[in-house]
Design a binder for this molecule. Structure first.
Ligand code: PLP
Length: 431
């Protein structure tokens, strides 16, 4: 018999994996990673400025997180979540109560961001006895049916409709492309628009307003400083809960433990995932006790949610962040990076806007003074960076925003190295 050739990883992906994620660029096979650097199977190093979509905030293969996960694996990997209690879950829930804004205290643990949003919406409905949801245009909340229903980006919803009823969308507080380019005015008008949406687009039976404190997939849109405070005043008048989707912006990413802290507003429910366990699968939502207790026994459950290993990893991850003051590091490195990018903007007209908070940074690329989105060029920049050993993200509703979201442990030297590659790539696509 003829021996069949062993397929390569790329061939196995082609033949056996549903690769529906995004249109594939040149795939690389990642073999190992450490800190802010990942290595492919041939040993080539890449500086990672995307952190696995804003996940490994404490750095790849963080030794403290890995050690905690290994110790937990030796003791207990899984237990039946509705009959037994696990110590690592309890310890993590206590830690979440310590770091969550204001009175948020009780957490339900799930496996992913989408599952966290699904649960948060269900809880808001049970607590308020109301049904409808208001979300933002240009938002992203996940890929399940309900989370796509509340996602304000038709690009992500193609070929999946019709979606759930009872969802209305308010304008994104996106000053750069809004009719109110002045930040404060944009914040004020967009907050007023939330009330208009309640009054004219819903039946008045609104349970929750759902928003990302910094809109990641929408193109790192940073809402104006006054926005959430003014929105919260509107919501409180109508008895509507505010769910902050911190899935992407949480865990030090923006220079505070949670991005909503920049706005001095306390959400009623907060959804988390991604950076919570530095790469171990975990998500959750945290609420004030009186809201959390609206769930009656049997109302909500997840077989794998709150897995003991992921919880042990998450606790070690948060402890590490606190010890190393990673949110502050993110703030300082972010200021440095944004400053350098703004200087680059003076040299390169392709950069329409540089924006961000901490190490959640977007560079919006434009073709001309009419701000025509330069999506093909953004994609070309990503390919050039990959060729030069730098991983970056590309996003935004128009596909023209370069996303820099490295592990928060990245060094200044690595930031400089990344910026040099980005500048050369921008020059190459501008030529
Ligand atoms: N919410 C936000 C803000 C996100 O950025 C994402 C993922 O990118 C999600 C929810 C969904 O998270 P997951 O992919 O873990 O389901």
């Amino acid at each position: 018999m003829e021996a069949t050739a062993v397929k390569t990883t790329e061939e196995k992906y082609r033949d056996y994996v549903i690769t529906s994620f995004v249109k594939a660029i040149q795939p690389i096979v990642i073999d190992r990673a450490e800190g802010a650097v990942v290595y492919d199977a041939k040993g080539k190093a890449y500086l990672d400025c995307f952190a696995g979509i804003s996940v490994v905030n404490a750095g790849h293969s963080n030794p403290e997180v890995i050690a905690a996960a290994k110790a937990q694996i030796d003791k207990l990997v899984h237990c039946c979540s509705y009959v037994y209690h696990a110590q690592s879950l309890a310890d993590l829930a206590e830690k979440m109560a310590e770091i969550a804004p204001g009175r948020l205290q009780k957490t339900f643990f799930a496996n992913s961001g989408a599952e966290a949003i699904e649960g948060a919406l269900k809880l808001a409905r049970l607590y308020t006895g109301k049904k409808e949801v208001i979300s933002l245009e240009m938002s992203f909340h996940g890929r399940t049916y309900m989370t796509l229903s509340v996602t304000g980006n038709s690009g992500r919803k193609k070929r999946g409709g019709p979606y759930a009823p009872g969802v209305a969308f308010a304008p994104a507080p996106y000053a750069y492309r809004s009719q109110w380019p002045d930040e404060e005015r944009c914040g004020e008008e967009c907050a007023k628009a939330v009330e208009q949406v309640i009054r004219y687009q819903t039946s008045g039976d609104v349970a929750a307003f759902l928003a990302e404190p910094v809109m990641g997939e929408g193109g790192i849109i940073v809402p104006p400083k006054n926005y959430f405070r003014q929105v919260k005043e509107v919501l409180d008048r109508y008895g509507i809960l505010f769910i902050a989707d911190e899935v992407q912006s949480g865990f030090g990413r923006t220079g505070k433990m949670f991005a909503i802290e920049h706005y001095g507003v306390e959400p009623d429910i907060m959804a988390t995932a991604k950076g919570i366990a530095n790469g171990f699968p975990l998500g959750g939502f945290t609420a004030r006790p009186e809201i959390a207790d609206a769930f009656q026994p049997g109302d909500h459950l997840s077989t794998f949610g709150g897995n003991p290993v992921s919880c042990a990893a998450a606790l070690a991850n948060i402890n590490y962040m606190q010890k190393q003051n990673l949110p502050q590091q993110s703030f300082e490195k972010g200021e440095y990076t944004i400053g350098k990018l703004k200087a680059m903007q003076q040299r390169l007209p392709i950069i329409g806007e540089v924006r961000g908070l901490g190490l959640m940074i977007g560079v919006e690329l434009i073709e001309d003074s009419k701000k025509t989105p330069a999506a093909a060029k953004a994609e070309a920049v990503r390919s050039i960076c990959l060729r030069e050993g730098l991983l970056i993200g590309v996003g935004g509703v128009f596909g023209n925003v370069i996303r820099l979201q490295p592990p928060l442990v990245i060094t200044r030297e690595q930031v400089d190295q990344a910026l040099a590659v980005v500048e050369n790539a921008l020059r190459e696509v501008s030529a």
